[in-house]
Design a protein around this ligand. Structure first.
Ligand SMILES: NC(=O)c1ccc[n+]([C@@H]2O[C@H](COP(=O)([O-])OP(=O)(O)OC[C@H]3O[C@@H](n4cnc5c(N)ncnc54)[C@H](O)[C@@H]3O)[C@@H](O)[C@H]2O)c1
Length: 334
């Protein structure tokens, strides 16, 4: 199959492009390089430009009339930035995505796999959420994802675009061959913070929030290896039509997680075991916007896609640590 991957120079997009290749498919990468590094595109078919550029899309489809499907991952993804500059996020994640879908539909390429997020879910007792659990997106970033889900459902009802919407939980790790991984200079997510503290790039790892009603008071997440997420996209593309036939509609939502919750303290323990040394740690109050968190009910992914996560949190930690040693060589900064 031939698959357009928007945001294919990014963390998850580059890993997904690699997984598609390994499964015998051809990824066609479209990325503006707004944030994604050119090095992550490697030697793949590449169009540098904006998802909302209709002429570029026409050129891509003209060059590749055999495109089967689009995986739309391109987005702005930094939550605090979305709070400070919501207009930018609604413009880039909502308006531009809509322009992309309309142009794809005009070009006769109506099948889209969309990157959504577990950050849409409201906090629930027990912390396990399925696709029908209540939503309460807490930031402009998460609200752009919620809006896109609603837009995709409406477009599907009208017959314009068919969609498989994947809600990722908390991606960790790197490409198995260490060709790509987290590239932010100062990653804000918990594992990136842990890696920086372990390598002495930070004085200490801060456990932010220790009074949550979880088993040890710290926030709970579902850390899922990015290589597992990439594999889920391969299946979502391969079984796109069958999946929608099974649900009996033109659009569906599927959680991508491991089905297991891990608290911050548990992650710290796993990290120290993999790293082999203790990491200096301090406790601090929650940061503004921090959430208790959730973990995925993964029944639907298993039933519809036959997919489940194979790799452990420890393997994700190990991959993140090994990738941190490769960053200088691949990215030009540590
Ligand atoms: N990483 C996570 O924790 C996470 C969790 C849930 C969902 N997601 C979603 O997964 C997708 C990929 O996330 P990621 O972590 O790989 O992010 P990323 O920032 O590494 O990748 C996004 C890519 O999109 C490109 N891009 C942005 N705007 C563009 C535009 N208008 N036109 C063309 N290219 C553009 C960027 O250059 C970048 O390469 C995003 O949609 C994100 O919202 C990520």
């Amino acid at each position: 199959m031939k698959v357009l991957v928007t945001g294919g120079a990014g963390y998850i997009g580059s890993t997904t492009a690699k997984a598609l290749e390994e499964a015998g498919h051809v990824p066609v990468v479209l990325d503006s390089l707004l944030t994604g590094p050119r090095a992550f595109v490697r030697d793949r078919i590449f169009y540098e430009g904006d998802v909302a550029d209709p002429e570029l899309l026409s050129r891509v489809v003209g060059d590749h009339p055999d495109l089967d499907c689009t995986i739309h991952m391109a987005a702005r993804v930094v939550v605090p930035e979305s709070v400070a500059q919501p207009g930018l996020y609604y413009q880039d994640n909502v308006t531009k995505s809509l322009a992309l879908f309309e142009q794809l539909s005009r070009l006769g390429k109506p099948d889209v796999v969309f990157s959504s997020s577990a950050s849409l879910y409201a906090a629930v007792e027990g912390f396990e959420v399925d696709e029908d659990s209540p939503l309460d997106p807490p930031s402009p970033y998460a609200r752009t994802k919620h809006m896109m889900e609603q837009i995709l459902r409406d477009l599907a009802t009208a017959g314009d675009v068919r969609s498989v919407i994947l809600r990722y939980f908390n991606p960790i790790g790197s490409d198995p061959d260490l060709e790509s991984g987290v590239y932010a200079r100062e990653p804000s997510h918990v594992l990136g913070q842990l890696v920086m503290a372990a390598l002495g790039q930070r004085d200490a790892f801060q456990v932010t929030g220790t009074d949550y009603p979880t088993r040890d008071g710290t926030g709970i997440r579902d850390y899922v290896h990015v290589w597992d997420i990439a594999q889920a996209h391969v299946v979502a593309v391969e079984q796109f039509g069958r999946t929608l036939d099974e649900v009996g509609g033109p659009s569906t939502v599927i959680n991508l997680g491991t089905g297991r919750g891990t608290t911050v303290r548990e992650l710290l323990t796993i990290f120290q075991e993999v790293f082999g040394r203790p990491v200096p740690t301090v406790e601090a109050p929650p940061r503004p916007g921090d959430a208790i968190g959730a973990f995925a009910n993964v029944d639907r992914a298993r039933e519809l896609l036959g997919w489940s996560a194979k790799l452990s949190v420890a393997e994700g930690v190990d991959a993140a640590l090994r990738w941190s040693e490769r960053r200088l060589e691949v990215l030009g900064y540590p």
